[in-house]
Structure formats: structure tokens, C-alpha cells
Design a protein around this ligand. Structure first.
Ligand SMILES: *Cc1c(COP(=O)(O)O)cnc(C)c1O
Length: 444
């Protein structure tokens, strides 16, 4: 059997003890793969944009909120899209310059807005109330931070409701097709010389590319209308968001950035004319294919005639997959105790996690070589949104995350991205320092 790089990385991770009886689950990231995707993203836009056009690719930090990942991407020329004080702190810890950072959150506080304007971070305003706040801030302390308005083009949703940000009633941005909204947006931009950007992120996984392009088209048309009325380039930059879907059913990378940009090029040719600076905010498509969760099979059992593998990867690391399995199915690869790919006839079986609720399954009735205790499962394509959406159910600790790359001696070198959470840290987060707090309150 020929081994893939992924298979060999699993073997090396087990040989080096990153996953074993004491640390039964970890995340692994393929560093070369992340670099490759970043390069493909840059190349796709570079190929289609006019020479000299300003393009900032800002990685959506929520997809992998890990400082070493942000810094790796920065080395590849990619900035950060942040949506909370925590994400901004991570971007700053990674050394991302303010001019490569974009703040998008639907509920920014006054303090967050003040900080962003003071730092010169690009801010995308979500709604009319937030715009009034910025008006007051600009009047008292003018800032040169780029400011944009998030627009919801209301072009409809995709196949996953929770991921669809451009429905009629989506909570994000100013709804472009509501009565009077377009006129309000145009006026708002004409009245404010510092409001120079428009932003739309029309949704993530499950959205057809054509619909995404329709959203970008609506954004572009709006910018053209504003600039025409302004008699000059008032809107100078278009932030087209992220949302390129990821294929979770095989190793194929599809759609590619190039396909999406080519489609945008034909749907919105003016976007690439160089008259507008561009910002993108891809998350999932940069990281998903380059990560896996590797977990030990603790026990193998039967129930009602069905084999069940009890592993250490469940809802705590694969929250969306466990709670919405129809929307977020993932591939599972089976390895033996030494990390060799399991062979043998596929048998439908449940791959269960360690959480104490019956639905804690990452795959149900999945045909795989029969798993036994001491084997391992790898949850594939989990590089985005799996290491950043830990679910603290059952006080299961956040697992370690390690980056890997081929070493000169033919094996793999690993670097720690995040240390496994210790029980001391977990206890402290659960109020250990306040152990007596409730007892003494009751005595008062
Ligand atoms: C989540 C999000 C993104 C990234 O979406 P992906 O599907 O991961 O590419 C980009 N922009 C905004 C505003 C987001 O909320």
C-alpha cells in the first residue's frame, strides 16, 4: 500500500507520542498545505486584477484562532479579519499590522470602536446606530482608519440556514433591498467623506458560487452608483468577504480560488479594473483541507447488532458535525495502533466520542474497516472551525494542536501550535479560585 503524506504524518505523530494513552486526541496541521492554499489565493487574484491594484486578503480568524497560524499566514502575505476583542488580541499577538486587519462584528462596543479607530484598523460598520457612533467619534477624534459599511445584498441563502448571511432577514449589515435602504446608504456615503468602503459577506459553506458572485455584483453596482452621484471615486475599496465552500467528501480541492475569481471576473469585470482596492476574508477554504483531528479508539463494542468505536473525538472537537450531522458530515480515516491505514472489509459502524450524551457521534453507520481498541481515527478536513470551536462539555480539555512538515530524514517534524489544556488550567477556568465564594455568600 502506498502511504500518503497524511498517513505518514499520522504514523510520525503516534511514534512521537503526540497522541497516545495519556493524550488521546490532538489536532494536526499540514504547514505546507496551508502555505499552498495561501499562495493559490494570492495568485488567483493577482492573475485577474490590473497591475498595481491594492488587494488585501484578510483571514477570518474565527476559522482558526491560533496565533502561530495567523503568523504563518502573515508570512504568506495574508492579514486578519477579526470580529471580537479576543480575535483582535490574537491578531496583534501574531504581529499583524493594523493596515492588514479588518474589524467586522455585528455588536462592536464603544470601547472596541475607539480602539480600532485609534489603531487605524479598518472597520466595517454593521448598521445605522453604529454609524451614528462613528459620526460622534469622528467629530471628536478624527481617524484615518478606513471605514466601510456592511451591506446585505439579500440575494438569498444557501443550503445551510445557519451559514446564510444574505437572506432577507439576516442579522448582518444594512439590508440593501428593504424599502428606502438603498437611498439611505447612498446618502450616508455621500454625506461622509471618510466612508470609503462597502462590505458584503454573503455566506459560507453551502452557498453556490453564482449566488456569491451575485452578491459581489450588487455591492459593485452600489459603489458605482455612489461614485457617479459623488462625481468621483468616493467608494475606493470593496470588501467582498469570504465564504468559498469546501469539499468535505474527498481530497479534491473544489471549487478553487481560481474558479471563483474567474467567475467573478465574468460576472463583475469592473471589480478587477484597478479602480477599486479589494479586500477578501476567506477562512474555511484556507485551512479546512490542511487539518485533522487524530484520536485513539478506547473501546470497541456492539449494540443492537451495530459495531461502535468509542473514541476521544466527539462533540468537544467536532461540535457542528455532532449537532448538525446532515450539514457538516466529515470523512473519517481508520488507522491501527501504529498509525498504519487499516485494511479489511468495510463494516458499517458508529464512530462515537467521549461525551456523555447519546448523540455524540462524528459518523453514524459509516463503512470502515472494523475499528478495535488501540486503533486511531482521523477526522479529515478539520483544519478550519474545529480547533477554534471547542465545546467544553463534560469539562473535556482543549486538545493540543501541532503543525507538521516533512523532515530531511524522511520523517516528519512537529511544532506545537497550542499546548493541550491541563487539568489545572481547566479547574482554574471553572472557578477554582473562588471555591468558597458561594458558601461565604450564604453565611452573610
Ligand atoms: C465567517 C466570516 C468570514 C469567513 O467565512 P468562510 O466561510 O470561513 O470563508 C468572512 N467574513 C465574515 C464577515 C465572516 O463572518
Amino acid at each position: 500500500m502506498t502511504l500518503t503524506d497524511r498517513d505518514r504524518a499520522v504514523q510520525a505523530a503516534l511514534a512521537q507520542g503526540l497522541v497516545g494513552p495519556r493524550q488521546p486526541v490532538a489536532g494536526l496541521l499540514d504547514v505546507a498545505g496551508i502555505r499552498r492554499s495561501a499562495a493559490e489565493l494570492r495568485a488567483a487574484f493577482a492573475e485577474f486584477t490590473a497591475p498595481g491594484a491594492q488587494v488585501l486578503h484578510a483571514f477570518a480568524v474565527k476559522a482558526a484562532s491560533l496565533v502561530p497560524v495567523l503568523r504563518l499566514l502573515a508570512q504568506e502575505g495574508i492579514g486578519c479579519e477579526v470580529a471580537s476583542p479576543g480575535e483582535l488580541a490574537l491578531a496583534r499577538a501574531a504581529g499583524i499590522p493594523a493596515r492588514h486587519t479588518v474589524l467586522d462584528s455585528p455588536a462592536k462596543t464603544l470601547a472596541e470602536l475607539r480602539e480600532a479607530l485609534a489603531l487605524g484598523i479598518a472597520v466595517n460598520v454593521d448598521n445605522h446606530e453604529e454609524l451614528s457612533r462613528i459620526d460622534r467619534m469622528m467629530a471628536s477624534a478624527p481617524s484615518t482608519a478606513p471605514i466601510g459599511l456592511r451591506v446585505n445584498p439579500q440575494i438569498g441563502g444557501g443550503s445551510i440556514g445557519a451559514m446564510s448571511t444574505a437572506t432577507d432577514t439576516s442579522k448582518f449589515g444594512v439590508p440593501l433591498r428593504d424599502p428606502g435602504a438603498r437611498e439611505w446608504i447612498v446618502r450616508a456615503c455621500l454625506d461622509r467623506p471618510w466612508l470609503t468602503r462597502l462590505h458584503a459577506h454573503v455566506g459560507s459553506q453551502g452557498m453556490p458560487l453564482e449566488r456569491m458572485a451575485e452578491g459581489v455584483r450588487a455591492l459593485y453596482d452600489l459603489a458605482e452608483e455612489i461614485n457617479e452621484q459623488a462625481g468621483g471615486p468616493r467608494i475606493t475599496t470593496l470588501d467582498i468577504g469570504g465564504g468559498l465552500p469546501v469539499n468535505f467528501s474527498s481530497d479534491a480541492v473544489t471549487p478553487t480560488y481560481r474558479e471563483y475569481v474567474a467567475l467573478l471576473r465574468s460576472a463583475v469585470p469592473g471589480l478587477f479594473s484597478g479602480r477599486y482596492g479589494l479586500v477578501t476574508e476567506f477562512g474555511r477554504s484556507l485551512l479546512a483541507k490542511h487539518g485533522m483531528v487524530l484520536a485513539r479508539v478506547e473501546y470497541a463494542k456492539w449494540a443492537g447488532g451495530r459495531p461502535i468505536a468509542l473514541t476521544h473525538a466527539g462533540a468537544q472537537v467536532a461540535t457542528r458535525t455532532v449537532f448538525a450531522p446532515a450539514s457538516w458530515p466529515i470523512r473519517v480515516a481508520a488507522y491501527d495502533d501504529a498509525g498504519r491505514p487499516k485494511t479489511g472489509a468495510p463494516v458499517p459502524q458508529d464512530i462515537a466520542g467521549p461525551c456523555c450524551f447519546a448523540g455524540d457521534l462524528v459518523a453514524e453507520n459509516r463503512p470502515l474497516p472494523r475499528l478495535e481498541s488501540g486503533d486511531h481515527v482521523a477526522l479529515l478536513d478539520t483544519g478550519a472551525y474545529y480547533f477554534s470551536t471547542h465545546f467544553a462539555y463534560n469539562s473535556l480539555p482543549r486538545p493540543g494542536v501541532y503543525g507538521y512538515a516533512p523532515a530531511p530524514d524522511g520523517t516528519f517534524a512537529f511544532a506545537t501550535v497550542r499546548t493541550p489544556q491541563t487539568l489545572e488550567e481547566l479547574t482554574a477556568e471553572s472557578g477554582a479560585d473562588h471555591a468558597n465564594a458561594l458558601r461565604s455568600l450564604a453565611l452573610g
